[in-house]
Design a protein around this ligand. Structure first.
Ligand code: ATP
Ligand code: MG
Length: 607
């Protein structure tokens, strides 16, 4: 390809809203242009790399036994109503109507579409397991699209879905997908950190996210300094840093006046104590709670419903009090998982006042019988604590767990922090910020139940299949490669996804230099390499800058001086290295072809 006809509009200046390197460089190197906030167009150079990422994903998915299909991006709203997500998804779901007033959804993900296809075809256990995937456009009306294609509104996702007769079969596919993901990211030149992730309330039992470290990442990763423990903070656990202590020597608890004290810090100052001596009690509202609350305090009159004929009963709404050591925070994802709830959030002030019969800020576990009390593990180690007294400006002190109150449920719901201890080896935990590139997830029966999918087992009995889902963001993967591989001057593509393998720069595209450049380009192309020949009538400096900016892995410079040697020579340089080398013109194509092939072989042989 000749540069002059390749439509590579490079820019010297940086777009004003581009704060991360990949966003800046994708614009400057002419890979991408913006149509609107969160909507981007790939230009030819960007699309070449994009397609290569897609192809790597496709090869690895196929090798792992997944089958590619191509459903539509616009799907009937009916399917989303069946699964319950028409209402549950909120504002990020783009709902549209056609001229007949029918509802449609622009897919943000495709559990419904795939499940509906499989539902219509599935009859026997012999058809399972089955894994289908697509590499297709998604739309999410993100509140804050940012960092270019890292978080766009429209993007491309590889999404795979699998159906199984049992957990064991699901686990096999889940593991195979995990292995495929590791290979995909390695082949793209990415260092990913697989972390344990929340698997939600709906019967999911396994979830792993593939993260790349990023200063602007949306996820906090908890990692161990000593072993390979790695988890999303939403899921992370830690070794207990308390011992359950008896209350033998604690004086009876007593009420104390704490006038105008509102925050835990103020209370600590007032009582000259540490926040870790305080039991924080918070009231939460939970939705779609799958636990049985019939014997829980204050819940006897709660209504229970079946969202789908084959689905378990849930309480559409329930309230809980949650007690935790005062220096810690409640992890709402862990709490939702413990309550088997689809969602939890702090209750409104009105609900707090109604349920605790006290002003906001004075809840405490002693005497709080109007709702079930969830106790974080840490509270079981507290035998002389301060708590709210369920009355304005009053607290209790000398409160002991086990003596003065117990919980309806004891669970680990704390948010793990740097400095806590690794749950596996006791080593010190630390944090990193990360961006999620991919996610593998054991979905359980959520969609197969709500959408009534069944097959006949060996005995002719109808059964519901269990499901897994597996996603990778193609755009985000591509941008992350640039984040990991660039320098001041521009992108440094790994060969596997570079838009071209070689850029040839004739110092002046004329005469003998032009003839040599054309010859080399033809030879390289013949050898199966992708070549960009900078035929522009530009100063060499401009051409070198653009070559660095666009990040083509190999650069060959051809000038009169090199060609004047007894055996004509050209200069070869790797984008990732400083040094260049003179190579005989006649041998250049073979040498480059060999180097690139060797690299491809190494990458393909990756475990
Ligand atoms: P996030 O937490 O970043 O919003 P998610 O957990 O909602 O992502 P999934 O539903 O797990 O995303 O989607 C699978 C993959 O799709 C993600 O791992 C990510 O690579 C990609 N992805 C999700 N949302 C976006 C987006 N707005 N722009 C680009 N890629 C996205
Ligand atoms: Mg995810």
């Amino acid at each position: 390809m000749n540069y002059s006809s390749a439509f590579i509009p490079t820019l010297r200046e940086v777009p004003a809203d581009a704060v991360i390197a990949s966003h800046r460089l994708m614009f400057r190197a002419g890979l991408l242009r913006k149509l609107a906030n969160g909507l981007f167009a790939y230009l030819p150079l960007g699309l070449r790399s994009f397609r290569k990422v897609e192809q790597i994903i496709r090869e690895e998915m196929n090798a792992a036994g997944a089958l590619e299909i191509k459903p539509t991006v616009v799907v009937p709203g009916e399917l989303w109503k069946e699964s319950g997500r028409w209402d549950a998804m909120g504002e990020s779901l783009l709902r549209v109507k056609n001229r007949l007033d029918n509802d449609f959804v622009v897919s943000p993900t495709a559990e419904e579409a795939f499940t509906s296809i499989v539902r219509d075809e599935l009859s026997s256990y012999r058809q399972l397991p089955l894994t289908l995937y697509q590499i297709n456009t998604k739309f999410r009306d993100e509140i804050r699209p940012r960092y270019g294609v890292m978080r766009g509104r429209e993007f491309v996702m590889k999404d795979a879905y699998s159906w199984h007769t049992d957990d064991k079969s699901l686990d096999e596919t889940y593991q195979a997908m995990g292995r495929a993901y590791r290979r995909i990211f390695k082949r793209c030149g990415l260092s990913v950190i697989p972390v344990k992730a929340d698997s939600g309330a709906m019967g999911g039992s396994g979830s792993e996210e593939f993260m790349v470290e990023s200063e602007v990442g949306d996820n906090t990763l908890i990692l161990c300094k000593k072993c390979d423990y790695a988890a999303n903070v939403e899921k992370a656990g830690c070794k207990p840093d308390f011992t359950t202590a008896a209350a033998a020597n604690t004086p009876p608890f007593e009420k104390i006046d704490t006038p105008n004290v509102k925050t835990i810090d103020e209370l600590c100052a007032f009582l000259k104590t540490e926040s870790s001596q305080f039991i924080k009690t918070l009231i939460y509202r939970a939705l779609n709670v799958e636990l049985d609350l019939s014997a829980a305090p204050g819940c006897s009159k709660l209504e229970r419903k079946k969202p789908a004929p084959d689905a378990p009963l849930v309480y559409p709404e329930a309230f809980f009090s949650v007690a935790i050591r005062g220096d810690l925070d409640v992890n709402e994802v862990k709490l939702a998982a413990a309550l088997k709830a689809s969602e939890v959030a702090l209750a409104s002030d009105n609900d707090v006042i109604r349920l605790t019969n006290a002003p906001v800020g004075f809840a405490g576990p002693v005497g709080l019988t109007s709702l079930p009390l969830v106790i974080d593990h840490t509270v079981t180690g507290m035998n002389d604590a301060v708590t709210g007294a369920l009355e304005k400006d009053l607290h209790y002190r000398h409160v002991a767990y086990g003596r003065d109150f117990t919980g309806w449920m004891i669970e680990d719901v704390r948010t793990v922090k740097a400095g806590d201890l690794c749950p596996l080896c006791g080593g010190e935990l630390y944090t990193k910020m990360g961006n999620e590139l991919g996610h593998i997830f054991k979905l359980g029966y959520k969609y197969t139940r709500s959408m009534n999918v069944s097959y006949l087992d060996e005995n002719g009995k109808a059964q519901t299949p269990i499901m897994g889902c597996y996603g990778i963001g193609v755009d985000r993967t591509l941008a992350s490669v640039i984040e990991e591989h660039h320098d001041e001057a521009g992108i440094i593509w790994p060969t596997s996804i570079a838009p071209y393998h070689v850029i040839i720069i004739p110092i002046k595209y004329d005469g003998a230099v032009k003839a040599a450049a054309d010859k080399l380009a033809a030879e390289l192309t013949e050898a199966g390499l992708e070549v960009l020949l900078d035929d522009r009538n530009e100063r060499p400096g401009v051409k070198f800058n653009d070559a660095d900016l666009t990040g083509i892995p190999w650069r060959v410079v051809i000038g009169d001086k090199g060609l004047a040697n007894p055996t004509p020579q050209v200069e070869i340089k790797r984008r990732s290295e400083k040094e260049n080398r003179m190579v005989e013109l006649d041998k250049a194509a073979a040498e480059l072809a060999q180097k690139i092939r060797e690299e491809e072989e190494i990458i393909k042989a990756l475990k």
